[in-house]
Design a binder for this molecule. Structure first.
Ligand code: CP
Length: 302
């Protein structure tokens, strides 16, 4: 890489992950500081986002920095044919750090190779979403008091869900047991199961979201079926409503179990779950500000 960037969660060692989580806890105690005074952060979103972009921008604003960027690629010179390379080279003339979401897998890695300032991957297609993983780890540690030896059930679109791919890799440092619950069409890809095998990580696979299959988990990580990744919309229609988590399914889960979801949710978690004390997804999204403050400051060496 031409500079310090966060492209994949594998760019972080276990020690770095723990250091960033400590830093995030510190920011949660006091998120309003002048650490980024004089710094400009660019948020380039070539794909829709609510949480990631706004929490990055909140993170920068609360630290006294300034934000430039776009949330809609149709307003950029990309529509006139400008390449990603030229866009990144231009923006790295203006900003100290670039946060980029792009639908193409590998776009963030490519951007990091042509940029003169750090790139933060805010999601590249179905590949990686490393800062989501940092806030997920922060949320897991906060709710479970530890990261080690937890059973994590990943539910839904495990094929296209970049958040589960990043989380699986990060958790490999902490001796997890995984349960992958997905319909056949959306199963965890072989490359990630091979990764588990190579790292001695236990996992099981199920096709049914049943009370029995979630009874012993510590974290129930729900995901949305990623409509935007399907090339065949008939296939999406067939699987889009495959699972809905309902309140009554949670009665026999562990009292300490918490439900996470990167959001947005469509209908995979019934609204009646929101008031259950095991629902943690809105707090999880709030934790994104602190985790992203920690990531930005680390990349800028502050
Ligand atoms: N979790 C997440 O990436 O949400 P957004 O798509 O709203 O940014």
């Amino acid at each position: 890489m031409a500079n310090r960037s966060l492209v994949s969660i594998s760019d972080y060692s276990k020690e770095k992950i723990l250091q960033i989580l400590d830093k995030a806890a510190d920011f949660e105690k006091n998120p309003n500081r002048k650490t980024l005074d004089g710094k400009v952060v660019a948020t380039l979103f070539f794909e829709p986002s609510t949480r990631t972009r706004l929490s990055f921008e909140t993170a920068v604003n609360r630290l006294g920095g300034r934000v430039i960027g776009f949330a809609d690629k149709s307003t950029t010179s990309g529509t006139k044919g400008e390449t990603l390379k030229d866009t990144i080279k231009m923006v790295s003339n203006y900003a100290d750090l670039i946060v980029m979401r792009n639908p193409i897998e590998g776009a963030a890695r490519y951007a990091s190779e042509v940029s003169s300032v750090p790139i933060v991957n805010a999601g590249d297609g179905a590949n990686q979403h490393p800062t989501q993983t940092m806030l997920d780890l922060y949320s897991i540690k906060k709710t479970q008091g530890k990261l080690e030896n937890l059973k994590i059930c990943m539910v839904g679109d495990l094929k296209y869900g970049r958040t589960v791919h990043s989380l699986l890799m990060a958790m490999s440092h902490f001796n997890p047991t995984f349960s992958f619950i997905a319909p056949d069409e959306l199963k965890m890809p072989d490359e990630y199961k091979t990764f588990c095998d190579e790292h001695g990580i236990k996992y099981e696979e199920h096709s049914e979201l049943s009370e029995a299959n979630i009874a012993d988990c510590d974290i129930l990580y729900m995901t949305r079926v990623q409509k935007e990744r399907f090339t065949d919309l008939f296939e999406y229609e067939r699987v889009k409503d495959v699972y809905t988590l309902r309140n009554k399914m949670l009665d026999n889960t562990k009292p300490t179990m918490r439900i996470l979801h990167p959001l947005p949710r469509v209908n995979e978690i019934d609204q009646d779950v929101d008031n259950n004390e095991k629902a943690y997804y809105f707090e999880q999204a709030r934790n994104g500000v602190f985790a992203r403050q920690a990531v930005i400051c680390d990349l800028l060496g502050l």
